[in-house]
Ligand binder design. Structure first.
Ligand code: ASP
Ligand code: MG
Length: 411
């Protein structure tokens, strides 16, 4: 939705679907750059306010971006000869809680939209926004129109929710790191969630959670294909996010390699090994609203142990300070050390549930590349390792190769 020209293309694409007999509800995002522009204006006036009163106005402001693009799309559809009507979140209404700038959808009333669909109209519903119980306008967090679209699809029990975006699907890994990365035709919700570090660049992760919870079939596809490509071809393009139990095909054991550099490692050395230490350390961290990811406690020696965990890199300094000031004195530990130059690399695949030896294949691969593993964590469908950041690309490439992701999957 970058320009009126692009909006006209969207209208033509939607009209193509509608004329083929589909009832269509479209959930537009703002025109590109618009949300940043609006929030930038607010920052110019009040750089670092974080009061609820200020956040309320941010939502009031940012929501206008979607209101404009929605009206423009309805106008473009009318110009294509379609009947079309647009609604702001509060008009539907899409009810949310009152957490300004990161509100959560609580309910959607679908009567108005259904009546319009029945009357043959294409309905446009603004993405990203809703209204709380006191009729304040709220927004759902950056990238929130994905979640709006899934929520509207869930409320209407749509047969599929198509998310048109600037990539043409979900890849085995980031093609900027591995040029051989391939687009996946299908990926399960569970895998998509585990690949959050890659997936979130494609979809707001909350939209995937929502789709999983309400069983909304979700397809990610490119908004850059010509609007007049064959509809059947378009309907099969991109990546379909599936429910595992629907899976017919033989799954690859590993579907993708995820990675991120957003974490930092913190270790507390010489912790007296006794009941309650994990709680003493991590309870304090949680109370400060800091999220912890990978956790390791070493075997103790002479009654003392080392305790390590990772946090988001933005929370690194804050966590170290907190530990030094509030936790270390009561703990009797010797010191806190940290490393912000780490990365996390994960192999993800639902096939790992039923295959043994997948993790050891990963470890062998890394050892053959001479890469030292600092931490390991596993779930049913994912194995993650924490490495020195300088090895990230090497590790991702090697794993992509070892798990045969460079090759197209056998049909
Ligand atoms: N316009 C909002 C944003 O830029 C919502 C979205 O694009 O999904 O974050
Ligand atoms: Mg988006």
């Amino acid at each position: 939705m970058g320009s009126t020209e692009r909006i006209r293309n969207v209208a033509k694409r939607v009209a193509k679907w509608a004329r083929a007999g589909h009832q269509m509800v479209v959930v537009p995002s703002a025109m590109s750059g618009e949300t940043n522009r609006l929030l930038g204006l607010a920052k110019e006036l009040a750089p670092s306010k974080t009061s609820a009163a200020y956040n309320r106005e941010l939502d009031m402001l940012a929501a206008t971006g979607e209101q404009a693009s929605s009206a423009l799309l309805a106008i473009a559809l009318q110009a294509e000869g379609m009947e079309s009507v647009s609604y702001a979140g509060w008009q539907v209404p899409i009810r949310t809680n009152s957490a300004y700038t990161k509100a959560r959808i609580e309910s959607i009333e679908d009567e108005r939209v259904r009546a319009d669909l029945k009357a043959g109209k294409v309905v446009i519903v603004t993405g990203f926004q809703g209204v709380d119980e006191d009729d304040n306008i709220t927004t759902l967090g950056r990238g929130g129109s994905d979640t709006s679209a899934v929520a509207v699809a869930a409320a209407l029990k749509a047969s599929e929710c198509l998310i048109y975006t600037d990539v043409d699907g979900v890849y085995t890994t980031d093609p900027r790191v591995v040029p051989e990365a391939r687009r996946l035709q299908t990926v399960s919700f569970e895998e998509m969630l585990e690949m959050a570090s890659m997936g979130s660049k494609v979809l707001q992760i909350r939209s995937v959670e929502f789709a999983g919870k309400y069983k909304v079939p979700l397809r990610v596809l490119s908004s850059f294909t010509p609007w007049d490509i064959d509809l059947d071809e378009e309907a099969k393009s991109g990546t379909l996010i599936t429910f595992e139990e629907d899976e017919q095909m033989e799954q690859a054991i590993v579907s993708g390699i995820a990675f991120n550099r957003d974490e930092a490692k913190i270790s507390i050395l010489g912790v007296p090994d006794k009941p309650g230490i994990a709680y003493q350390i991590l309870g304090a961290v949680a109370d400060a609203n800091i999220e912890v990811d990978v956790i390791i406690q070493n075997v103790s020696k002479d009654g003392r142990t080392d305790f390590s965990f990772t946090v988001h890199r933005n929370d690194y300094a804050k966590t170290i300070d907190l530990l030094k000031e509030k936790v270390l004195p009561g703990l009797g530990a010797q010191e806190v050390v940290g490393d912000a130059k780490i990365c996390k690399v994960s192999i993800v695949g639902i096939g790992m549930r039923s295959h043994v030896g997948v993790a050891s294949k990963m470890f062998r691969c890394l050892s053959e590349e001479g890469i030292n593993i600092q931490m390991i964590s596993t779930s049913e469908i994912k194995t993650s390792v924490v490495l020195d950041e300088k090895y990230m690309e090497l590790a991702v490439r090697a794993l992509h190769r070892v798990f045969d992701l460079d090759q197209p999957a056998a049909a």
